[in-house]
Write a protein that binds this ligand. Structure first.
Ligand SMILES: [Zn+2]
Length: 604
């Protein structure tokens, strides 16, 4: 374990390592003025409430003004968030963020009627409007999507009732979050030096990587025990969430919560079932990897708490931020000069807030400001993981750059379903490039292959397993059965056994791991990690083997933004997500990498 290093103060971070927020607003006065302007625009838009569907011109004026204002709202939100996240202890960021949130909330409340009205336009009315004001066609795909939701919108009175119950509908999630973040107590344990340490989730995940097996086991026991203490409450919160979602789906005339949640992005349910079925085909490849782990670590039996120990010992690559930029530029050069040029702009023009400092938000993210440029937050450390995160967040940023250049604002914000494709495709390209650079270094090869294999394992196999569990809960509730802790534990044990195979021994006391996963409250969100990663991995492979075909298709995908249905946009990149082939291609790469890793590490 590394010593906690002394963090710098924000004002001591060199300027070139901070993001240029003046690209959004030159100073606080300009930001304040923009907030006032947005409120003024919201009032103007609100004056069309009740009349916006009266004529083609009324509709055009209202919708055009709405998107113009929303673009400004985005910029205001970006400014407040980024300033706050740079140093959450600083008064300037706190007040800008509060002001941005207040302003944007007021804007949203005053203009919510605009999007709410769109599903009520009939196709005859729309055809008539197009004739009277052809400029309305600019928003055609917005209107089309709204009309497709029409069958699931309830009469006004019922919508009002449902929205009044909004807080009650999300109550199980709030209760879960309080339990899982505030009430839960993991206690303390002794580390390998005999020091008593207080436990948190982050600390436990760190301890899972300890070479000392007793430390790993104790950490796992502490983790499971903490959840076991409140097992009935965790199960009840989950059951109530599932039941509420099933009820809402029924009220909105869907056959199931799954149909409803996938329909929010126009995804057919076959995408979900194809994922599960195809991942099952490749479970033998996953079992092969666990068997390798068992041999290399010389552990028999191998338990779940042994699965995070590094196979190669200490990480062999320790790049500086400058080095990582060079790697990214070289690894992504296959995507063309234009792509590299945009990356250079990102690196050179202070789109990225690089360094760690006191009070800064942890982790990393990308957020686009249309008409300005994307912003990226990092917390740099000299590790391969950090270099991979730089490539990942730059993938998001580049998708924003291409989408913004080719789409109007209202089609620029790509959907959640496709958001993690460009980012994880870059991770795969970086990993491939690095392996080509260290061909003669077995340790680095093994390290990079392990990173890639673990990444595919965590995103494709594990997220599919979680998605299966989630689906089980919804189906069980829909059948009128209750979700008791025993039932949830049994299902977890069965899925763990199916995915892990014979080489990972069961840990009955750890079967309550379902209670740890907050994403279960995000309504069929997890499967998208798996589908995105499978698309990304397959794309990376095609980009490397047939760039002449794959790269132009990939640029079309990046440039499409939200101008079409998510599946149609992925199809522009050459991938049909209604068929299993893209998942097979991705998992064949996994299988092959496990073999390569075995050739490097095998101890037999
Ligand atoms: Zn991401």
């Amino acid at each position: 374990m590394t010593e906690k290093k002394q963090l710098r103060q924000r004002e001591d971070v060199p300027e070139e390592q901070t993001w240029q927020l003046t690209d959004l607003f030159t100073d606080t006065a300009a930001f304040n003025l923009a907030c006032e302007e947005l409120i003024g625009q919201a009032h103007d838009i609100a004056s069309h409430q009740g009349t916006m569907l009266h004529s083609a011109d009324e509709l055009y004026t209202t919708v055009a003004a709405y998107f113009r204002a929303e673009e400004l709202a985005d910029r205001i939100f970006n400014y407040g968030e980024h300033l706050y996240n740079s140093d959450m202890t600083a008064a300037a960021g706190q007040s800008a963020s509060a002001q941005a949130q207040q302003t944007v909330t007021a804007f949203n409340a005053a203009t919510a009627f605009v999007t709410a009205a769109l599903p009520h336009i009939t196709s005859t009315q729309l055809a008539d409007f197009y004739q009277k004001n052809p400029k309305l066609r600019r928003f055609d795909f917005i209107f089309t999507q709204a009309q497709q939701r029409q069958a699931h919108i309830l009469p006004a009175g019922e919508e009002t009732l449902l929205s009044a119950l909004g807080q009650t509908i999300t109550a199980p999630e709030s209760i879960y979050n309080k339990l899982n973040n505030a009430d839960i107590d993991f206690g303390t344990m002794k580390d390998s030096h005999g020091n008593l340490i207080p436990l948190s989730k982050e600390k436990i995940y760190q301890l899972y990587q300890s070479p000392d097996r007793q430390v790993r086991r104790t950490a796992a026991e502490k983790f499971a025990t903490a959840y076991a203490h409140s097992a009935y409450t965790f199960a009840e919160a989950w059951q109530q969430h599932v039941h509420t979602q099933n009820t809402v789906a029924q009220l909105r005339h869907y056959h199931s919560a799954r149909e409803m949640d996938l329909a929010s992005q126009f995804i057919p349910e076959s995408v979900f079932t194809t994922l599960v079925d195809t991942v099952h085909e490749f479970l033998p490849s996953l079992h092969k990897y666990y068997a390798l782990r068992k041999r290399v670590l010389r552990l028999d039996p191998l338990y779940a708490y042994d699965l995070s120990v590094p196979l190669v010992g200490e990480a062999p690559l320790k790049p500086t931020y400058e080095k990582a930029q060079q790697w990214a530029l070289a690894a992504l050069a296959v995507l063309g000069d234009d792509y590299v040029q945009h990356l250079q702009e990102e690196f050179g023009n202070r789109w990225i807030d690089v360094a760690e400092n006191t009070g800064k938000l942890s982790g990393g993210y990308e957020e686009d400001a249309f008409g300005v440029h994307p912003y990226v937050l990092l917390n740099w450390s000299n590790t391969y993981r950090a270099a991979s995160t730089l490539a990942h967040e730059s993938g998001h940023a580049m998708q924003s750059v291409y989408a913004d250049a080719h789409q109007p604002y209202w089609y620029s914000q790509y959907s959640m379903f496709i958001a993690e494709i460009a980012s994880t495709c870059n991770e795969s390209l970086l990993n491939h490039y690095m392996r080509s650079q260290f061909q003669d270094n077995h340790r680095v090869q093994a390290y990079l292959l392990t990173e890639s294999v673990e990444d595919l394992l965590n995103t494709i196999f594990n997220q599919t397993k979680y998605a299966e569990f989630e689906n089980y809960a919804y189906v069980t509730d829909a059948q009128g059965d209750s979700l008791t802790p025993d039932k949830l534990n049994d299902k977890t044990a069965a899925l763990d056994a199916l995915y892990a195979g014979d080489d990972v021994a069961p840990n009955p006391w750890a079967n309550n791991s379902w209670a740890r996963i907050p994403h279960y409250y995000m309504n069929y969100y997890l499967y998208q990690y798996a589908t995105s990663k499978a698309v990304a991995n397959t794309l990376a492979k095609r980009i490397l083997t047939d760039p002449a075909t794959a790269v132009p298709q990939y640029k079309e995908f990046l440039s499409a933004g939200a101008s079409d249905y998510p599946l149609a946009i992925v199809k522009k990149a050459g991938i049909d997500m209604t068929k299993p082939d893209y998942i097979r291609e991705a998992l064949q790469v996994f299988d092959q990498q496990v073999d390569e890793l075995a050739a490097l590490l095998d101890v037999e």
